[in-house]
Design a protein around this ligand. Structure first.
Ligand code: ADP
Ligand code: ADP
Length: 225
């Protein structure tokens, strides 16, 4: 599903070079639930940006769903990303003027899905995340946890092979965090592959596997009991 071999990424900051990633190897098979941990500056965002095809490594290879990401053109890359990856963010990134249902339908507008079918699928996914009765509310009329459920529904709408979630509970209280992690757990049990970045141990405990970065290298890679 995800196969990363020997990737590195260096940033230039004035006269100094910052090695954000330094020889990372990572294989994430289908239907794994992985937490990426590590202190601030350890390379988590850089790795997520590469996994999400938003950025490319300087060295090494990245295969996503069998495709060598570096060797395909921009159009193919955009299509691979739309098809394969659902993004979930700390700040939800919902459109304020659209209802929950319209937000969830949005990714389908780029895939020529007929509107009736888009509406039908978005309605189904909203009920899958427990929000059927909030379909016509705007984000401002929803709680933080409900907003993140909408964002997760939007990430699921194209039936992506992988969900990439960057600090998805960073703006939520502990009870709501628990609810969202239970939702991920539930999606994982239904076969969804999920990668979550977090700096909180408690959140990582919900995952099946925890990969810890330090100074751009994998320091530990273990399975939870
Ligand atoms: P984390 O997400 O674990 O906090 P990052 O991947 O954001 O780590 O950063 C890893 C290192 O790379 C840090 O030292 C950071 O300052 C640096 N870095 C990340 N992105 C950039 C960038 N666009 N320009 C310069 N330095 C960057
Ligand atoms: P977090 O630690 O929450 O993952 P960061 O604050 O490290 O996030 O980074 C947020 C964004 O800013 C990332 O996309 C990263 O690539 C970029 N970034 C991080 N450090 C730098 C830097 N020194 N210069 C420019 N951009 C950076």
């Amino acid at each position: 599903m995800i196969r990363v071999r020997g990737i590195s990424k260096t940033y230039q900051m004035g006269n100094t070079l910052v090695k954000a990633l330094d020889g990372v190897d990572l294989h994430i098979p289908q239907n794994e639930f992985v937490a990426i941990m590590g202190p601030s500056g350890s390379g988590k965002s850089t790795l997520m940006n590469i996994l999400g095809c938003l950025d490319q490594p300087d060295n090494g290879s990245y295969q996503l769903a069998g495709e060598e990401v570096a060797s395909i053109d921009d159009d193919q890359l955009a299509s691979l990303r739309n098809r394969s990856i659902g993004f979930v963010f700390q700040t939800f990134n919902l459109q304020a003027r659209r209802t929950a249902l319209e937000n969830v339908m949005l990714p389908l507008r780029f895939s020529n899905c007929p509107k009736v079918e888009a509406r039908e699928r978005a309605t189904q996914i909203l009920s899958k995340v427990g929000l059927a009765e909030r379909a016509h509310h705007r984000p401002s009329e929803l709680s933080g946890g409900q907003r993140q459920r909408v964002a997760i529904a939007r990430a699921l709408i194209n039936q992506p092979e992988i969900i990439l979630a960057d600090e998805p509970t960073g703006n939520l209280d502990s009870k709501t965090t628990e609810e969202i992690m239970n939702l991920f757990h539930h999606l994982h049990q239904q076969g969804q592959t999920i990668v979550v970045v977090t700096h909180e141990d408690e959140i990582a405990q919900h995952a099946q596997r925890v990969v810890t970065l330090r100074d751009g290298k994998i320091k530990e890679d273990k399975f939870n009991d």
